[in-house]
Design a protein around this ligand. Structure first.
Ligand SMILES: C[S@@+](CC[C@H](N)C(=O)[O-])C[C@H]1O[C@@H](n2cnc3c(N)ncnc32)[C@H](O)[C@@H]1O
Length: 229
C-alpha cells in the first residue's frame, strides 16, 4: 500500500511542478487532446450553459471554458496555481462576466458559498484526493460545491481502463461512480510525430510512456469519463 501511495504522490508532485512553473508547456500538450472535439460536442449537446452561472474549478488555461463561455451569464474560473490563473486573467481580460481566482478545490465552498447553476471541473478534481483525506465518499460530499448541475470530467485510461491511474485514484473514481451518472467518450491525443507523443507522455502520463514508445504512433488513445447528476 505504501508503494501505491508513493506513486500517487510522485505523480501529483510532478504535475504540480508542471502547472506551477511550466503552465504554457502543459497548455501546449493539452491542445493535442481530443482534437476531434468529441468532448466539446457532448458537453454542449447534453448540458445547457445558456444564461447560467458557472463555477469551473481547475480551469488551467481555459480550454474547456472556451467551449461554453459565450453562452453563460457569469463564469468564475479557479485554479490552484498562480501561473494558470495568470493565463486565465490574460485570456479573459476583456470579458467582464469572467472572474479568475486562485483557489484550491478544497477551499471552493468557503470562497464561493453562493450556489452556481453549473459546477464543472475537467481533468482536475482528482488532485484534491489523496490517502490523507480518509473516507473518499465523505470527502467528496464535503468539498463538492452546491450546484444544480455538476459535471466532473476525468481521464480514466489510455489503452485500457485505469492503465494510468494509481489505485488511490481509482478509489476516487469509485466515489464518483456512486454519486453520479457517467458517459464514456473514446477519443485521442494527436501529436505531430511518435517522438512528440512519447515526450508528452513522459511529462504528463509517465506510467504509459513506455507503451507509447513501443506503439511508435503519433496518436495516443484516451478514455474520457464524464460524471454528472
Ligand atoms: C490537467 S489540468 C486541466 C486544465 C483544464 N481543466 C483543461 O481541461 O485543460 C489540471 C488543472 O488542475 C489544476 N489543479 C491541480 N491541483 C489543483 C487543486 N488542488 N485545486 C485546484 N486546481 C488544481 C492545475 O493547475 C491544472 O490547471
Amino acid at each position: 500500500m505504501a508503494d501505491e501511495k508513493q506513486d500517487l504522490r510522485q505523480i501529483q508532485a510532478a504535475h504540480a511542478e508542471l502547472y506551477d512553473s511550466e503552465a504554457e508547456k502543459f497548455d501546449d500538450i493539452s491542445l493535442h487532446e481530443d482534437t476531434a472535439g468529441k468532448l466539446r460536442q457532448f458537453l454542449l449537446e447534453r448540458f445547457s450553459f445558456d444564461g447560467k452561472t458557472v463555477l469551473e474549478a481547475g480551469a488551467g488555461a481555459g480550454r474547456i471554458t472556451d467551449y461554453y463561455v459565450d453562452r453563460a451569464k457569469r463564469v468564475v474560473v479557479t485554479d490552484a496555481y498562480g501561473s494558470m490563473v495568470g493565463l486565465l486573467k490574460q485570456k479573459y481580460a476583456g470579458e467582464e462576466k469572467v472572474t479568475a481566482a486562485l483557489c484550491d478545490h478544497r477551499q471552493l465552498i468557503s470562497r464561493f458559498p453562493e450556489p452556481f447553476d453549473v459546477f464543472i471541473s475537467a481533468f482536475s478534481f482528482n488532485y484534491a484526493f489523496d490517502p490523507s483525506v480518509g473516507d473518499y465518499d465523505a470527502f467528496l460530499n464535503r468539498i463538492l460545491p452546491p450546484a444544480k448541475q455538476h459535471i466532473i470530467i476525468e481521464c480514466c485510461g489510455f489503452y485500457e481502463e485505469f492503465d494510468y491511474l494509481p489505485p488511490e485514484s481509482v478509489r476516487y473514481v469509485h466515489a464518483l461512480e456512486k454519486r453520479f451518472r457517467k458517459t464514456v467518450i473514446g477519443t485521442e491525443f494527436v501529436f505531430s510525430s511518435p517522438e512528440q507523443a512519447v515526450a508528452a507522455a513522459k511529462v504528463l502520463f509517465s506510467p504509459i510512456a513506455e507503451r507509447v514508445r513501443q506503439e511508435g504512433r503519433a496518436v495516443i488513445p484516451e478514455m474520457i469519463y464524464v460524471y454528472y447528476d
